[in-house]
Every structure is written in C-alpha cells, then in structure tokens.
Design a protein around this ligand. Structure first.
Ligand SMILES: Nc1nc2c(ncn2[C@@H]2O[C@H](COP(=O)(O)OP(=O)(O)O)[C@@H](O)[C@H]2O)c(=O)[nH]1
Ligand SMILES: [Mg+2]
Length: 302
C-alpha cells in the first residue's frame, strides 16, 4: 500500500522535526506545506528530507490542505493522510484511520476526537466543534461527530474528485459537504488528541467565528431556499403579526404604539429581504449548476 502523509505547518519549528522523524517510520513520502512561516519550519522540514511546498506568505490552513492535495494527486498514492504538525495527533492512530479504506468500506475517514473519552478536551472547544458539526450534519444528512478534525485519510478516488476552494479552517466542512454531494463514503474512527503545551495557532473566538461563517456559506449555497427562505418567512410572519396587532389597537383606540409598529415593519422588511436573497441565490446556484453540468457533459463527450 502506497501511503502519503501531508502536514500543514505554520510556525512549527519546535515540533516539525520530531513529527517528521516519527512519521518516516511509517512512510518515506511526507509532504509538508510550509505556509509562509516566519520561523525555521521550512529549513528543518527540507533538511529532514520531506517534500516541502512553500507558500510565499501565510494563506491559511485550507490553502495548505489544498496544496497538499494537488501535490499528492501528482504522486497518486493509494491513501493520503493529513496530520497536524503540532504534536496533537498520535502516530499509532494512523493505522486506525486508514483501516476502513484498506477494507474498502470508506473513501474518507475522519479521526474523531469525540468517539473516545473527551475529558481532556477543553469545554469551549467541545461546544464550538459540536455546533459546527451539527450544522454540517444538517446539510449532509451524515452522522459525523467531529467535522473539524485535521486527522483524516483519503483514498485515491476522493483525492482526485474533491476540488477545494476554502482558504481557512472552513475547508474541513467544505470537504465533507462536497464529499457528500459526490456520494463518497465517509467513516469515522476514534483517535486520541493530546492537549499539552502550545497546540493552537489561532485565537479560539476568531477561529470559531470564521469557521461558523464559512460553514453557513456552504450550507446556504447548498440549500438557499431552506436557509434564507425559511428564515425570511419567520421574520415576515412575526412582522405581519405585529402589523395586525398595530391595526387592531388603532381601530380600538385610534392610537399608534410606536414600538409595536416599528417591530412590525422592521421584521417584515427583514423577512422580505431574506426571501429575496433566497430567490436570487437559488436562481444563481441553478444557473451555475446548469453550466457546470453542461461543461461536464461536454468534457466527457470530447
Ligand atoms: N498551512 C497552514 N497551516 C496552518 C495554519 N494555521 C495552523 N496550521 C496548521 O494546522 C494544524 C492545526 O492547527 P492548530 O492551530 O493546531 O489547530 P487546532 O489544534 O484545531 O487549534 C497544525 O499543523 C498547524 O501548523 C495556516 O495558517 N496555514
Ligand atoms: Mg493544534
């Protein structure tokens, strides 16, 4: 079995040498994407004999994963495993993550932090990850427990079929939504995650918000009518309720209560805006889909 391991790395000079030397016991095909680090990550990874892709400046975790995908595709291995550079993942879990692919029961395997004991995971993280995972599951109808894990395995089919665009941490959700659309089989296996020392590059609030926004983007593009349409109808109903209430008060007492009137018109306006967004986005998405479908048909008949 031909295995490539891809490591996205940003300012990981403290950890990268140790990780590479341990991973070299598993495979000699190790890609490090050094994403504009300002420390010695690049020099160390090159010296250790890894295949190093350098971004001239920091583009983000997603851009790193995308570069790793492109490089791995050229190498065409049986399996690509993505692995963090900060020492949070355990080498011995690689076996578990690739097992469903070797057995042929999955195209993508996620190493989940939530299938084992989760006592060592900080609670704000658990909360954030579970909220994002729920949003992703609603879109995909999958039953994933950890949509944000960077420890994953991809077989050749998924490596070739997933075309990625997200530059930030939102890529983890993007991959799941696109994989689901392409009917790739996603499985999860339990892994252990270590929280010792400096394990996080980004501030959790900014990071969480960015991932939530990007997840909302993918969810809303997949289901614009449900996402904006239902929200819009909700606002519109509340608005209409308050407007009717205003009219009732007016007919009884010839008085207009400013607060109730404002809520009525404000909420209706927001509702109408959401519904318009739903319709515009729905039409746009349909046009783009039609075009891509035509292109796909063309390229298969060419
Ligand atoms: N390419 C790239 N990798 C990054 C970036 N930020 C973090 N990483 C890497 O992604 C992995 C996970 O990042 P980390 O900050 O530990 O995420 P967390 O553990 O989920 O908080 C580590 O290997 C980091 O070096 C980035 O901006 N670009
Ligand atoms: Mg980390």
């Amino acid at each position: 079995m031909d295995l490539v391991i891809g490591i996205p790395a940003y300012n990981e000079e403290k950890n990268i040498a140790g990780i590479i030397s341990k991973l070299q016991k598993v495979t000699d095909k190790i890609i490090v994407c050094n994403d504009g680090s300002s420390d010695m990550t690049r020099e160390i990874a090159e010296k250790m004999g890894a295949i190093v892709i350098n971004h001239p400046k920091n583009l983000g975790y997603g851009a790193g994963i995308k570069s790793i995908f492109l490089k791995a595709r050229e190498m065409s291995p049986d399996i690509l495993v993505t692995f963090d550079a900060d020492g949070q993942h355990r080498i011995e879990d690689i076996e578990k993550v690739i097992e469903p692919i070797l057995k042929g029961t999955a195209d993508i395997v996620i190493g989940s932090r939530f299938l084992n004991n989760t006592d060592n995971i900080p609670s704000y993280r658990k909360f954030g990850i579970s909220a994002i995972t729920k949003m992703a599951n609603i879109t995909t109808k999958q039953k994933i427990t950890d949509s944000q894990s960077g420890f994953r395995a991809y077989n050749r089919k998924s490596l070739n079929e997933l075309n990625l665009s997200e530059r930030g941490m939102g890529i983890s959700t993007e991959i799941l939504i696109k994989a689901d659309k392409k009917e790739l089989k996603i499985a999860e296996v339990p892994i252990v995650i270590l929280y010792e020392g400096d394990t996080s590059t980004h501030n959790p609030v900014g990071h969480g918000t960015a991932v939530i926004l990007s997840t909302m983007k993918f969810v809303s593009i997949e289901h614009p009518l449900k996402f904006y349409g239902v929200t819009g109808l909700g606002f519109l109903s509340v608005g209409l309720f308050f407007i009717i209430w205003t009219l009732q008060i007016f007919s009884e007492s010839r008085q207009i209560l400013t607060n109730i009137t404002l809520i009525g018109f404000g909420s209706s306006l927001i509702g109408v805006m959401f519904i318009m967004t739903a319709i515009i986005l729905y039409s746009l998405v349909s046009i783009v889909r039609e075009q891509t479908d035509n292109q796909n048909v063309k390229s298969t008949t060419d």
